[in-house]
Design a protein around this ligand. Structure first.
Ligand code: 0A1
Ligand code: ZN
Length: 896
């Protein structure tokens, strides 16, 4: 574990290294406690860099030997530094031979070379390679690698590394070896090896140009019946990248490996992607529809990195969004296309795309908005960091993807593709910057994107204010859009951004008006993209016979908060009529948010809560509308997340908000019980489970109906949920029933939890769901047991382990991040538990500890009483001994 306090690294301080690396030959003698790593580096002077030594980073390594061109270093030639070694050489080209020893069994950080269930795995992004061997471990050092692996043949029959397999063979003493070669130059963060007892599902497919490639998904033998979907997803991803971007797989072999102990979702190592099992394994019995969807999108994400990340990589880690924002955008587009392709009509396809977009935006609002409003707020291209692992954030990923999406909206599909083609033609094989990327987009389109670049340098969620004025005499409608971005830490003043605002105007009959801007000869499409570049601009639409209802930011054309005055009636109108399905959903969410926050205010003031009747009517109209896609209805009738609502509530106060949400769900459950039941009955999916958007949508809406019915309570709901639980033919239905039952105090709740545990007690991924559900459980009645005690008790379950990230994310992450009212309990016991767990986790795995630590970073949005309680534990953790740089940065920024 690293304990030294990091001084911030600054983007502006970038300097190329004096020496790069041409080739790397690695030899691993794998042993649990004493793995020997021999490395031969051909180092070459970089003529474009200032003179200097060869810089080698290294962490926690035992150096056994180092030779320069075959000789021991001369006196004073080799220096130890805080981060590794420096070597003075005068030649343009030198060969270094370095031998180090490491202990994978003691590495609980899951970064570098570590063990999981008897196998060896690596994770090198961002800076894990330096804990394997001494190396100029930066993304701008691209080299060609060969790798020799040697291990015990019985324990590790499979030996994998990047690229193509050259040779395998047996050795004395029950050992064996394999040699691999990666033909493409790559940065060290894309290096990977796996040595384990695994089996593969294999497929041979042809690429668009007719080359046969071997695809493999490696898992433990017992999991082979769960890998088909990952393989299908990989093949779909390959085809999509060929069709949409003309990008083909460049290797003869592409491997995915699943590992149970992994800090993140997955990793795009060249030709050898390593995945958290959660994003590989799914079959109907163990995975929900959402799991199937996640597997597909993560497989796609990692596969797409092969071009956006690997062939063209980042010059330095400040440019992380160059690969991540772009690759998230690509995986979102892929998912939308896959959903649309499975639909049987253009309307259904549009709705399916909207459902994907809604999921993206829910993630952004619930995860990124809070980050952008708190002490960790940073531009998608940060200017400084203390620990790079803290910057794999929702801002870099999700907001980064929104920025790429805006380019796509501004330049159009073809213009965007031309920009991508130019990017690859200029930069294939290079490590580049965000400026290089946007520069290609601008050049390919003759576009001026100078102002657009501010999206890369300004933090904070911009506010977009819209005001419309109808002029009956002039038959025109003037729309004024104004923007402002709030101050964020270290950035007091913000400049106007270049914002694409997709706009429609809806007539009184609910039909979109054709749009004609002042000065235009004809009316055009009913949705137009206005480009707001100044602080405030006005557009005048002409030929408008009656006051229209504006529909703004269609498809969520920019990652901003839209401030527009709309009364309840107008929201209900847009819920019923907006032709843009995303905005129809958004209108429903805005209405629900308004109702929920008003109820919370009543609850906080100790006044009775009353749900407005008009809201119930608007809600019902969508619920009973059988012509709408059930997946879309399910999204539309689901409450906004608590995380998002807390962000919108000033000051945030979890207890009354929870009371409001319980009350609202109950009232709707009661008032519409007949409708919920009728839809529940109608939506039953017949036949074998298949992962298909149409079936998944029905299951989603059905499960939502069940939860509303259960919120109101009563024996029918409990009976239905129990029956569904017992007779379910797939995990989506079984888990949906369990999620509903957990809302109840009926004895069936405990019975179901126990039955689920009994059935899946040896199945780690399914148990994660069981832990998560209980960690996130609301208390629907005052005498229900408190969640904290349950969470503590569950930590003693033999399946729970603090060293397995998935378990921590489910049980502790679920409690800290997805159960605000229980976590922020008034006696502060949730916070004390948080402090205890963050410190305990930090001893072994700073990355996981830091993610848990972030649960309290937004503490200043809460009421003064809550803030006072949180400050105590933040200070307590800040004072803990031996805190990692990861957690130190988070807590330090929170308290600053
Ligand atoms: N590049 C991966 C995510 C990733 C990042 C860091 C990791 O370890 C610290 C692991 C994975 C992706 O975007 O999928
Ligand atoms: Zn990624």
């Amino acid at each position: 574990m690293r304990t030294q306090q990091g001084t911030p690294v600054r983007r502006e301080a970038y300097q190329p290294l004096a020496y790069g690396v041409e080739t790397v030959d690695l030899d691993f003698l794998l042993d649990p406690k004493a793995t020997q790593v021999s490395s031969r580096l051909v180092c070459v002077r970089n003529p474009d860099a200032p003179a200097g030594p060869i810089v080698l980073f290294g962490e926690g390594l035992e150096l056994l030997s180092l030779h320069i061109d075959g000789a021991e270093p001369a006196a004073g030639q080799l220096r130890k530094t805080d981060s590794g070694l420096e070597l003075d050489v005068s030649a343009e080209r030198v060969v270094l031979d370095i031998v180090t020893r490491i202990d994978p069994s003691a590495n609980l950080t899951l970064s570098g070379l570590y063990q999981s269930r008897g196998g060896y795995y690596t994770q090198c992004e961002a800076e894990g390679f330096r804990s394997i061997t001494y190396f100029p471990d930066r993304p701008d050092i691209m080299a060609r690698y060969t790798v020799r692996l040697e291990a015990d043949a019985a324990a590790c029959p499979v030996l994998l590394s990047n690229g193509n397999l050259l040779e395998t063979g047996n050795l004395p003493n029950g050992r064996h070896f394999a040699r691999w070669e990666d033909p493409f130059p790559k940065p060290s963060y894309l290096f990977a090896l796996v040595a384990a007892d695994l089996k593969a599902l294999e497929r041979k497919v042809d690429t668009a140009s007719g080359r046969e490639v071997l695809l493999q998904v490696w898992v433990e033998e017992r999991d082979l019946d769960r890998v088909g979907h990952a393989m299908d997803s990989l093949i779909h991803s390959m085809r999509w990248d060929e069709e949409v971007f003309g990008l083909e797989l460049d290797l003869d072999r592409f491997m995915i490996v699943a590992v149970s102990d992994f800090n993140m979702g997955a990793m795009e190592n060249k030709g050898l992607n390593i995945f958290n099992t959660k994003y590989v394994l799914a079959n109907p019995e163990t995975g929900t529809d959402l799991d199937f969807e996640n597997v597909e999108s993560v497989v796609a994400h990692e596969y797409f990195h092969n071009w956006t990340g690997n062939r063209v990589t980042c010059r330095d880690w400040f440019q992380l969004t160059l690969k991540e924002g772009l690759t998230v955008f690509r995986d979102q587009q892929f998912t939308a296309d896959m959903m649309a392709r499975a639909s049987d009509s253009p309307d259904a396809a549009a709705s399916a795309r909207a459902v994907t977009r809604i999921a993206n935006v829910r993630g952004l609002r619930g995860g990124q908005f809070p980050e952008d409003a708190g002490p960790m707020a940073h531009p998608i291209r940060p200017d400084s960091y203390q620990e790079i692992n803290n910057f794999y954030t929702a801002t870099v990923y999700q907001k980064g993807a929104e920025v790429i999406r805006m380019l796509h909206t501004l330049l159009g599909r073809e213009g965007f593709r031309n920009g991508m083609d130019l990017y690859f033609s200029y930069h294939d094989g290079q490590a580049v910057t965000c400026d290089d990327f946007v520069g290609c987009m601008a050049e390919a389109n003759g576009a001026d994107l100078d102002r657009f670049m501010r999206w890369y340098s300004q933090a904070g969620t911009p506010r977009l204010k819209a005001e419309g004025v109808y002029d009956p005499a002039g038959r025109s409608y003037s729309l004024t859009l104004s923007q402002s971005t709030p101050a964020t830490p270290g950035q007091a003043d913000k400049l106007p951004l270049h914002i694409p605002v997709a706009v429609g105007l809806i007539g009184a009959d609910g039909v979109d008006l054709p749009l004609q801007l002042e000065g235009e000869a004809h009316a055009g499409d009913s949705t137009r993209v206005l480009e707001l570049k100044d602080a405030s601009q006005t557009w005048r639409f002409t030929g408008i016979d009656a006051e229209p209802v504006p529909s703004l930011l269609r498809g969520y054309s920019a990652p901003v908060i839209l401030d527009v005055v709309e009364d309840d009636a107008r929201l209900a109108f847009r819920m019923a009529h907006d032709s843009d399905p995303f905005n129809r959903w958004d209108a429903a969410q805005r209405y629900m948010e308004r109702v929920a926050l008003a109820l919370a205010a009543e609850a906080a003031a100790g006044r009775p809560m009353e749900v407005p009747q008009a809201f119930g009517h608007a809600f019902r109209a969508l619920l009973v509308n059988a012509s709408l896609d059930p997946a879309f209805v399910a999204e539309t009738l689901a409450l906004p997340s608590e995380a998002y609502l807390l962000e919108r509530m000033q000051p945030a106060d979890p207890a009354p908000l929870r009371a409001a949400l319980i009350h609202l769900s109950r009232e709707l459950g009661q008032a519409l019980q007949g409708d919920f039941l009728a839809r529940y009955m109608d939506l039953e999916v017949d036949g074998e489970y298949r992962y298909h958007p149409a079936d998944a949508g029905k299951r989603a809406l059905r499960n939502l109906c069940l939860r509303y019915m259960m919120a109101w309570g009563g024996p029918t709901a409990v009976q239905l949920a129990s029956l569904q639980f017992k007779t379910a033919g797939n995990m989506t239905e079984r888990y949906g029933a369990l999620a509903a039952l957990v809302q109840s105090d009926a004895p069936e709740r405990l019975e179901a939890l126990e039955a689920f545990h009994e059935r899946y007690k040896d199945d780690a991924l399914v148990l994660d769901k069981w832990f998560l559900l209980q960690a996130c459980a609301w208390r629907w009645s005052a005498d229900a047991p408190a969640t904290l005690e349950r969470v503590r008790a569950l930590m003693d379950n033999p399946a729970f382990s603090l060293s397995n990230p998935n378990k921590v994310y489910s049980l502790l992450g679920g409690y800290f991040k997805a159960n605000a009212a229980e976590f922020h309990r008034e006696d502060g016991a949730g916070y004390a538990f948080w402090a205890e767990q963050v410190v305990a986790l930090d001893r072994n795995n700073p990355q996981v500890a830091s993610r848990m630590a972030r649960a309290l970073e937004g503490w200043r949005k809460f009421t003064p009483a809550i803030q006072a309680r949180i400050r105590v534990v933040l200070e307590q953790v800040a004072g803990a001994e031996g805190l990692s740089p990861d957690v130190t940065e988070i807590i330090g920024k929170a308290l600053a």
